[in-house]
Write a protein that binds this ligand. Structure first.
Ligand SMILES: Cc1cc2nc3c(=O)[nH]c(=O)nc-3n(C[C@H](O)[C@H](O)[C@H](O)COP(=O)(O)O)c2cc1C
Length: 325
């Protein structure tokens, strides 16, 4: 079983932090599906320290999703230290530092993957945060800024020496974005080098990939990102496979009811109009691979209000149910 610092997790499956996706309603859903740990999307340390209202809302949590890891991004050690304290006061059970985001807006402030070029600042940040961090501290990295930039194994050693309790590695270089394939051999290299738990991430597309990653790299935990968008059932499927059972696929009814639950929770959080816009995007994922889904996707692109979106969705799902019977 995966243990991060003093925190014992129920299994080895972790939901990846994803900006715009891993909000509270989504996290609660994947938690129910079996993810042992969920993470907020990356939160600006500066925004927290300035007590910006919008930034503080990202810390909203509830008992059902616990334990919660809060991911922070920033480049100033003192700001990250203070932000970690705020997050802990508001219930964070793990503090995760983002050393992997390749997005221009983040990198140009010296945060995210830009830090992989600045080992000294990584040390300053982790030393400052570790001093005040009363909960486990984790770090999420990419393979590096680009090949030949400080080697990720030495960066990972530094991270361990600064007192991190676990490291997550998405083995693509920052410049790659999501192109190419995640090089799982790098996960194996970190596992061979470090004493702290290593969590592998990248290109888990189907349940069997999670077992393959663990077998190939001996990683302690597996983090799943894009494959869980529109398919939170992936966690349940992996856990069933682990017990030797066949992974079950959600029925049309089950899929519809989960989408509605997601929709309602989002509406309660951000209001109907905004929830409809977000759900329109998510429905593309939820219906991926279903019969006649391209037709349905075409129908929803222009819809802006929640009522029409829900009724178009019900019509589509009823047609699928009729087809089945
Ligand atoms: C829409 C989106 C938003 C993301 N936001 C974050 C983020 O806030 N913090 C972070 O560390 N990684 C973020 N990531 C990266 C994922 O956590 C993960 O490392 C990456 O998607 C690779 O895993 P996967 O192949 O399972 O998707 C994001 C990825 C996507 C697709």
């Amino acid at each position: 079983m995966l243990k991060i610092g003093s925190l014992q997790l129920a299994n080895w499956l972790i939901m990846a932090p994803m900006a715009g996706i891993t909000n509270l309603p989504f996290r609660m859903m994947v938690k129910r599906m079996g993810a042992a740990l969920v993470t907020t999307e990356m939160i600006s340390a500066k925004g927290l320290v300035l007590r910006q209202e919008r930034t503080l809302t990202y810390l909203k949590s509830c008992a059902a999703e616990k334990p919660l890891s809060v991911q922070l991004f920033g480049s100033d050690p003192a700001v990250l230290r203070d932000a970690a304290q705020i997050a802990i006061q508001r219930g964070a059970e793990i503090i995760d530092i983002n050393l992997g985001c390749p997005v221009k807006k983040v990198v140009k402030t010296g945060a995210g993957a830009a830090l992989l070029r600045e080992p000294r600042n990584i040390e300053n940040i982790l030393t400052a945060v570790r001093k005040v961090c009363t909960v486990p501290l984790t770090v999420k990295v990419r393979a590096g800024w680009r090949p030949g930039s400080p080697d990720v194994v030495s960066v990972a050693r530094l991270i361990e020496n600064c007192g991190a309790d676990a490291i997550t590695i998405h083995p693509r270089f920052a410049f790659q974005g999501y192109s190419g394939r995640a090089d799982w051999s790098i996960i194996g290299k970190l596992k061979d080098t470090l004493r702290i738990p290593v969590i592998g991430n990248g290109d888990i597309l189907r349940p069997s990939d999670a077992f393959n990653m663990r077998k190939e790299t001996h990683c302690d935990g597996v983090m799943i990102g894009r494959a869980a968008i529109g398919n939170p059932w992936i966690f349940k499927q992996i856990l069933l496979m682990e017990k030797g059972a066949e992974p079950s696929f959600p029925s049309i009814e089950e899929r519809k009811s989960l989408i509605m639950e997601h929709f309602e929770a989002l509406s309660a959080m951000v209001g109907g109009g905004k929830a409809a816009r977000i759900m329109r995007g998510l429905l593309l994922w939820y219906t991926k691979g279903l019969p006649f889904s391209s037709n349905f996707r075409g129908q929803i692109t222009a819809i802006k209000d929640m009522e029409s979106l829900v009724s178009t969705m019900h019509t589509y799902f009823s047609s699928l149910e009729e087809r089945q019977s």
